[in-house]
Ligand binder design. Structure first.
Ligand SMILES: [Zn+2]
Length: 328
C-alpha cells in the first residue's frame, strides 16, 4: 500500500508556526503517513537566502511528529521568468538546501511558464535556459540526496516529459498532479485520453498529487483574475482541490494505470478543508485509501487467477460512480 500524505496549505499557514504545528498534529492524528511542507508558507527563505533560525524552528516542529516530509517550492518559482532569472535560481538552490535540511527527499516545483518576455528571446531559447538551469540544479539536488519533481499545472504532460528527457538528470523527475491534468485535458484537448497520458508518463513519475474537480477550466485563472473560490465552487469550475470522490475524476482508473508506483500520494486539499476542527481530513483519507484498496484487491485477484494477466488498460466499463459525501 502506498504512503498517503496531506499538503500543508501555504496561504493558510502564512508564516504562523503555531498554526503549522496544529495542522501537522491534525494530519498525524487523522492517520496520514506524510505531509508536504511549503517553504514559502513558513517564511524560511528571503530574497533567495535561507533564514537559518527559522529553518531550525520549523525543523524542531517537524521532528516532533512521526511523518515523512516532502517540500513544495514557492508557487511563483519559475525558471522561465526572464525578468529576474538570478533570483529564481537562488531561491531554487535555497529550497533544495531546505529540503535536505529538514530530512526530506522530494521537492516539488511547478513547471516553468514564460514570463516577462518583451520579444528579445524566443520561446525555444527560454526553454533551453530552463533545461540548462535544471541540469545545474539537478546536480546540486543529487549531491544533497534530493529528487526535484516537476509538477504539471495547467500544462501539457508531453512537454513536461520532453523537458525531463532533455534535462536527463537522475534527480529530476515528475510530480504528476492528476487533477490539474484532468482539467487541462478536458478543456484543451477533448478526445485526448486522460488515463492514457498517465500511463505514458508513469516511468517519469516519482511523486503524485491527488485531489478532485469537475474537469472545467477556469480560463480567467490564466489572466490572474479568477473568481474567488466561493464563486467557483457552486459552478464546479476550476482547480477546486476537493477530496477524492467529490468531483468526477475516475480515480480507480488512475490508480489502475499507476500499477507499480511505490512512492507517496499527496492529497492536496484547499485550505477550507482544514477548518471545522479538521473534521473532513479523516474522511478524506478514508475515502482515498478505500479507492486504493479496491484497486489493490482487484490486482491481487487478477494475479492469483492467471499469473501475469493484469490488464494494462483501464476498464472504463467497471467504473463505479463514487458516493458523494456530505460536506458539513
Ligand atoms: Zn499539485
Amino acid at each position: 500500500m502506498n504512503r498517503i500524505g496531506l499538503n500543508i496549505d501555504s496561504g493558510r499557514i502564512n508564516g504562523d508556526l503555531e498554526l503549522l504545528k496544529r495542522d501537522i498534529r491534525a494530519i498525524a492524528e487523522a492517520g496520514f503517513d506524510a505531509a508536504e511542507v511549503p517553504i514559502h508558507g513558513v517564511d524560511a527563505v528571503m530574497n533567495g537566502d535561507l533564514c537559518v533560525g527559522r529553518v531550525k524552528q520549523v525543523k524542531k516542529i517537524l521532528n516532533g511528529f512521526d511523518l515523512e516530509y516532502s517540500v513544495h517550492a514557492p508557487d511563483d518559482l519559475n525558471l522561465q521568468d526572464i525578468r529576474y532569472p538570478e533570483i529564481h535560481r537562488k531561491v531554487f538552490r535555497a529550497t533544495i538546501r531546505f529540503t535536505a535540511e529538514i530530512g526530506a527527499k522530494t521537492l516539488v516545483y511547478h513547471q516553468g511558464k514564460l514570463r516577462g518576455n518583451n520579444g528579445d528571446v524566443t520561446e525555444e531559447e527560454v526553454r533551453q535556459i530552463e533545461i540548462d538551469t535544471l541540469i545545474d540544479l539537478g546536480r546540486l539536488a543529487q549531491s544533497e540526496g534530493v529528487t526535484v519533481c516537476i509538477e504539471n499545472t495547467y500544462s501539457s504532460i508531453t512537454h513536461l516529459m520532453r523537458l525531463i528527457e532533455s534535462v536527463g538528470e537522475k534527480s529530476i523527475k515528475m510530480c504528476y498532479d492528476f487533477a490539474h491534468s484532468y482539467i487541462y485535458m478536458n478543456s484543451t484537448k477533448p478526445g485526448h485520453d486522460f488515463i492514457r497520458s498517465i500511463q505514458v508518463a508513469r516511468p517519469y513519475v516519482r511523486h503524485a498529487h491527488v485531489h478532485d474537480n469537475f474537469g472545467k477550466a477556469n480560463l480567467e485563472s490564466e489572466l490572474e483574475s479568477a473568481p474567488p473560490y466561493i464563486e467557483a465552487m457552486p459552478m464546479g469550475i476550476g482547480d477546486l482541490h476537493l477530496p477524492v470522490g467529490w468531483g468526477t475524476i475516475p480515480y480507480e482508473d488512475v490508480f489502475r494505470v499507476m500499477d507499480g508506483y511505490e512512492d507517496t500520494y499527496i492529497l492536496e486539499l484547499q485550505e477550507r478543508f482544514f477548518e471545522n476542527r479538521y473534521s473532513v481530513l479523516k474522511d478524506a483519507l478514508k475515502d482515498l485509501r478505500a479507492v486504493l484498496e479496491r484497486v489493490d484487491a482487484e490486482r491481487g485477484e487478477s494475479t492469483r487467477g492467471g499469473g501475469l494477466s493484469v490488464d494494462p488498460l483501464p476498464r472504463f466499463e467497471r467504473q463505479i460512480p463514487y458516493q458523494q459525501r456530505k460536506y458539513k
